[in-house]
Design a protein around this ligand. Structure first.
Ligand SMILES: [Zn+2]
Length: 249
């Protein structure tokens, strides 16, 4: 199996190193898959859509306001002209032909004013609808911003917790690693890389805890033959196999 030697106490430390590495990997996974991250991303997307809608609505309001001013000015011009015509009528003394022309113009102006006022009403309704939309969008934005702030604070609190736990466990890991011989560490790291994060496993009730496969009779015999200081590996998964009182040998 393997001829490298290491005291059985040091082999047990390898299990502690593995436990620390597993913990660190779990914390890293937790950091990356925090539900707050997905919730924040989702709200960012919605906030961006709401922002675009706000810009569009503000543009529409500005366009409608311009249209409203134009119509108001036009109504004002028509009114002024009609008032002037009325004045001329009241002054009297106009030739019959001019009088008929003036009366015709007044009728036309009245019709024009009525059309313009209808258009103005319609534009004012559009303006009101756009204002209502804008108010709703701004309130959506406010809700999203406050949700973002809450989620961000929650995320930061969990991150701080993870970072503190990882820093503490990481320091423990380093001190364990410092005790172990370099070639064993290298072996462990290689096995860990190929073994989905697990490089050392306990032999428990004749089963490798790394791959969960029970050792065959000949494998067990080989492990039994190996001295306590000998580093053995699982024939199946190649992880370092650490023997304890529970190994069932
Ligand atoms: Zn195995």
């Amino acid at each position: 199996m393997n001829a490298d030697t290491l005291s059985s106490a040091a082999q047990l430390r390898l299990l502690e190193l593995q436990a620390a590495d597993t913990f660190l990997a779990q914390q890293d996974h937790r950091r990356k898959t925090l539900p707050e991250l997905a919730a924040i991303a989702q709200r960012e997307e919605r906030a961006s859509a709401v922002h675009n809608d706000i810009v569009d609505t503000e543009t529409r309001i500005s366009d409608v306001a311009g249209e409203q001013r134009r119509l108001e000015n036009e109504v004002e011009a028509v009114r002024t002209r009609a008032a002037r015509d009325e004045q001329r009528l009241q002054l009297g003394g106009l030739p019959a032909k001019d009088l008929a022309g003036l009366q015709h113009e007044l009728t036309t102006l009245a019709r024009r004013q009525s059309t313009l006022e209808d258009e103005l009403l319609e534009v004012m309704e559009q303006r009101e609808q756009a204002d209502t939309s804008l108010t709703q969008l701004i309130s959506q934005r406010t809700v999203l911003e406050s949700e973002q702030a809450e989620l961000g604070a929650s995320r930061d609190a969990v991150f701080a917790e993870i970072d503190a736990a990882s820093a503490e466990r990481g320091a423990q890991r380093e001190s364990i690693a410092a005790e172990l011989p370099e070639d064993l560490l290298a072996l462990y790291e290689r096995a860990r890389e190929h073994g989905g994060g697990v490089g050392a496993a306990m032999l428990r009730h004749r089963r490798c805890e790394g791959c969960r496969i029970e050792l065959s009779g000949s494998e067990l015999a080989s492990v039994r033959r190996a001295g306590p200081d000998e580093v053995v590996r699982c024939d199946n998964c190649r992880r370092v196999l650490v023997r304890t009182a529970e190994s069932g040998l």
